[in-house]
Design a protein around this ligand. Structure first.
Ligand code: HEC
Ligand code: HEC
Ligand code: HEC
Ligand code: HEC
Ligand code: HEC
Ligand code: HEC
Length: 341
C-alpha cells in the first residue's frame, strides 16, 4: 500500500536496499518453497537478512557513516520489527514465490485466490477500524486486558525466527500462561505463493490447537466452549426452548448440524451447492457434509481476516451465490451463509 511504501522509502528502509532486495529475489528463486516454517532452517532466511553484523560497505549493511551507522535495537536492519518484516512483506518483491504481501490486495489475488489473513489497512502508527493496528501505542484488545504497549507488531503474533507452529505463530500470544500451539491447519499446495496462502488451499481441522484458542490469548472472553461462563450456551448448542442461551456468538463446539437440529441454522444455504463459503473448522475435512451429519463449526476465521480487510473489524463479506471469494456487498451475506434470516 502507498502508506507503507512511504514509510519504508521515507528513510526507514535500510539503505543499500538494492543489494538487499536483489538478495531477496535470489533467495526466492533458490529456495525450495514450502517449508511451513520458512524463516528458520536450512535453505531459509539468513540472519543477516534481518540483522546487521558490521554495517560494513562490502558486506550486507545499512550504510550510514562508517563511524556511526544508524543503529537499531537488537541489531535490526530497521527501526522496528514490523518495518523489518515489511521490507519484504509489502508486495515489493512481486515474483510469485516471494514473501506474501500483507499490506494490500496482492497482484496475485484473483476472484478465487484470496490470502487467508487478508491485509493490514493502515500504515504503522495509524489506527484503522478495519482490522489490527500496527504500532499504535496502548491499544487494548477488546474482550481481554491485553494492552499492546508500544503498539501491536508482527512479532507479537509471529516468531521472526520460525517455529513449529502454523505460520510461525507465537506460542503465547498476549503472554498467556499456557502454550497455544496452532497445528490444526493443513495446506494442500505449497507453491506458488498465490495458491499456498489462499483461503481455498487451507483446512482448519480442529478447535484444539486451532486459531480460536490462539486469538483468545489476547481476546480472552470472546472464545470458549459452550457453557463457558464468558460464552453461555450449552453442550450441543442452545436447543429450542432451553435457557442455555448464548452471551456471545459461539466460536467452537457446536456443529452446523446441531445448529439445524436446534432450529438456528437454515440448511437451505450451507448444506446446498452454494458456490463459495466462509471458512469453518472441520475435523473430517468434509465441507459442508449434510444437515443431519456435519462436523463443521464456526470459528473466528469464519467472520474475520486475521490481519484485516476492507470492511469494519476485518470482517469477511462473502456472497455465497457467486464462486468469487469475499465478494459480498453486505455484511449480512456472511451471516446468511449459515442463518439465512
Ligand atoms: C526475518 C527476520 C529475522 C531473521 C532472518 C533473523 N532474525 Fe533475529 N530477530 C528478528 C527480530 C524482528 C528480532 C526482535 C524480536 C523482538 O523484538 O521481539 C530478533 C531478535 C534476535 C535476537 C535477540 C533476542 C532477544 O531476546 O533479545 C537475537 C540474538 C537474534 N535475533 C539472533 C538471530 C540469529 C542468530 C539469526 C539467524 C539464525 C536471526 N536472528 C535471524 C528478526 C530476524
Ligand atoms: C528477507 C525477506 C523477508 C523478511 C525480512 C521477512 N520475511 Fe517472512 N517470508 C519471506 C519469504 C520469502 C517467505 C516465504 C514465501 C513462500 O512461502 O515461499 C516468508 C514467509 C513468511 C511467513 C509464512 C510462513 C509459512 O508458514 O508459510 C510468515 C508468517 C512470515 N514470513 C512472517 C514474517 C515476519 C513476522 C517478519 C519480520 C520479523 C518477516 N516475515 C520478515 C521473506 C521475508
Ligand atoms: C497479541 C495480541 C492479539 C492477538 C493474538 C489477536 N489480537 Fe485482535 N486485537 C488486539 C488488539 C490490541 C486490538 C485493538 C487494537 C486494534 O484494533 O488493533 C485488537 C483488535 C481486534 C479486532 C478489532 C479490529 C478493529 O478494527 O476494530 C478484531 C476483529 C480482532 N482483533 C480479531 C482478532 C482475531 C480474529 C485474532 C486471531 C486470528 C486476533 N484478533 C488475535 C490484539 C490481538
Ligand atoms: C494479531 C496477530 C497478527 C499480527 C499482528 C500479524 N499477523 Fe500475520 N498472521 C496472523 C495469523 C493468525 C495468520 C494466519 C491466518 C490464517 O491462515 O487463517 C497470519 C498469516 C500471515 C502470513 C501468511 C499469509 C496470509 O495471508 O495468510 C504472513 C506472510 C504474515 N502473517 C506476515 C505478517 C507480517 C509481516 C506482520 C506484520 C506486518 C503480521 N503478519 C502481523 C496473525 C497476525
Ligand atoms: C459469526 C461471526 C463472528 C465470529 C465467529 C467472530 N466474530 Fe468477532 N465480530 C463479528 C462482527 C459482525 C463484529 C462487528 C461488531 C461491531 O462492529 O460492533 C465483530 C467484532 C469483533 C471485535 C471488535 C469488537 C469491538 O468492541 O470493537 C473483535 C476484537 C472480535 N470480533 C474478535 C473475535 C474473535 C477473537 C473471534 C474468535 C474467538 C471472533 N471475533 C469471532 C463477527 C464474528
Ligand atoms: C459458519 C456458520 C455461521 C456463520 C457464518 C454465522 N453463524 Fe451465527 N451461529 C452459528 C452456530 C453454529 C450457532 C449456534 C447454534 C446453536 O446453538 O445450536 C449460531 C448462533 C447464532 C445466534 C444465536 C441463536 C440463539 O438463539 O441462541 C445468533 C443471533 C447468530 N448466530 C447470529 C449470527 C450473525 C449476526 C452472523 C453474521 C455476523 C452469524 N451468526 C454468522 C453459525 C454461524
Amino acid at each position: 500500500m502507498n502508506g507503507f511504501r512511504r514509510i519504508l522509502s521515507g528513510g526507514c528502509r535500510p539503505r543499500g536496499s538494492w543489494a538487499f532486495l536483489a538478495g531477496v529475489w535470489l533467495l526466492a528463486w533458490v529456495m525450495p518453497a514450502g517449508a511451513g516454517w520458512f524463516h528458520a532452517g536450512p535453505g531459509a532466511l539468513r540472519c543477516s537478512d534481518c540483522h546487521v553484523m558490521h554495517a560494513s560497505d562490502r558486506g550486507i549493511g545499512f550504510g550510514g557513516s562508517a563511524l556511526s551507522p544508524p543503529g537499531y535495537p537488537k541489531l535490526l536492519r530497521a527501526a522496528s520489527a514490523s518495518e523489518v518484516c515489511l521490507s519484504c512483506h509489502d508486495g515489493t518483491g512481486a515474483t510469485l514465490d516471494s514473501a506474501p504481501d500483507v499490506t494490500g490486495a496482492a497482484s496475485y489475488e484473483t476472484a478465487t485466490l484470496k490470502r487467508a489473513a487478508g491485509a493490514f489497512q493502515a500504515s504503522i502508527g495509524v489506527p484503522t477500524v478495519n482490522g489490527h493496528d500496527l504500532g499504535v501505542a496502548n491499544v487494548v484488545a477488546p474482550g481481554g486486558g491485553y494492552s499492546s504497549g508500544p503498539g501491536l507488531s508482527c512479532v507479537d503474533c509471529h516468531d521472526p525466527h520460525g517455529n513449529a507452529n502454523y505460520r510461525n505463530l507465537v506460542l503465547r500470544p498476549g503472554n498467556v500462561g499456557s502454550d497455544r500451539a496452532v497445528t490444526a491447519v493443513t495446506e494442500a499446495v505449497l507453491t506458488p505463493t498465490s495458491t499456498q496462502y489462499s483461503t481455498d488451499n487451507l483446512r482448519y481441522t480442529n478447535s484444539t490447537n486451532g486459531l480460536g484458542a490462539w486469538c483468545q490469548g489476547c481476546h480472552t472472553n470472546y472464545h470458549g466452549a459452550p457453557g463457558d461462563p464468558a460464552m453461555g450456551g450449552q453442550a450441543g448448542g442452545d436447543a429450542a426452548g432451553s435457557n442455555g442461551y448464548w452471551f456471545r456468538h459461539p466460536t467452537q463446539g457446536v456443529t452446523l448440524s446441531q445448529g439445524v437440529t436446534n432450529g438456528h441454522l437454515d440448511p437451505t444455504y450451507w448444506f446446498t451447492s452454494v458456490l463459495s463459503r466462509v471458512p469453518v473448522v472441520s475435523v473430517s475435512g468434509t465441507i459442508p457434509g449434510t444437515a443431519a451429519a456435519s462436523d463443521n463449526e464456526v470459528f473466528c476465521g469464519s467472520c474475520h481476516k486475521a490481519h484485516g480487510s476492507t470492511h469494519r473489524a476485518g470482517l469477511i463479506w462473502d456472497d455465497p451465490a457467486t464462486s468469487a471469494l469475499e465478494d459480498g456487498t453486505l455484511a449480512r451475506q456472511t451471516c446468511q451463509a449459515c442463518h439465512n434470516e
